[in-house]
Design a protein around this ligand. Sequence first.
Ligand code: AP5
Ligand code: MG
Ligand code: ZN
Length: 214
Amino acid sequence: MKIIMLGAPGAGKGTQAKKIADKYQIPHISTGDIFRANIKEGTELGKKAKSYMDQGLLVPDELTLELIMDRFQNPDCANGYVLDGFPRTIPQAEALTAALEKNGETIDYAINVEVPDENIVTRMSGRRACLACGATYHVVYAPTKTEGVCDRCGEKLVLRDDDKPETVKKRLDVYHSQTQPLIDYYTKQGKLVEVDGTQNVDAVFDAIVKILGA
Ligand code: AP5
Ligand code: MG
Ligand code: ZN
């Protein structure tokens, strides 16, 4: 099964993608997580990506595509994947379509998690992230068992550098201008499905499972 998560920053793509990956036994591939891991390790890619990410801008398509095409070579992608944060521009979507077409494949669903902009800033300010395993929490909506410590791997949680309110606003602008057109793109391909992302985490997941099948 090949799934794309669409939605604004903070819509809950990562939260739901992890649950999908667990239930359907496919890898969760988040370009944002991969960039953040590279920043943490101080790699060349990380240095390049950080300057864009800290401003709320997209990392250039060439860099992102190189990284993701390389990730697809990993044997764990044989049974599909859930993509979170990729594609994010029309050229990225076209590159994905072309890469799949070469093998006679297509994606199965592009799931649009809908949350209005008004709800996003509150969500982001309470988010806590684990840079070691990619888990995401919220101080109110998805708290950890021990404050500030990842339930999955025990690492210390951080506030993401790009979750400041000004940067969140910029990310929303970038989303509307560069990523929202993908909703049309996947509607035309007959792959778009929508879920109401303002419900609680489990209700959103139930809606997704109804679409994907148990
Ligand atoms: P990325 O890491 O992809 O960030 P994003 O798209 O801005 O999305 P977020 O991770 O912020 O939100 P999310 O939808 O995953 O929400 P989450 O589940 O965490 O990208 C970061 C940056 O990397 C980009 O700005 C760009 O610079 C670069 N980049 C990445 N991919 C790229 C690409 N393809 N091309 C170019 N550049 C790229 O949830 C948010 C919070 O809400 C959490 O605290 C969560 O616990 C809580 N929450 C989730 N669901 C619910 C719910 N139903 N109710 C209440 N709270 C909830
Ligand atoms: Mg995310
Ligand atoms: Zn962790």
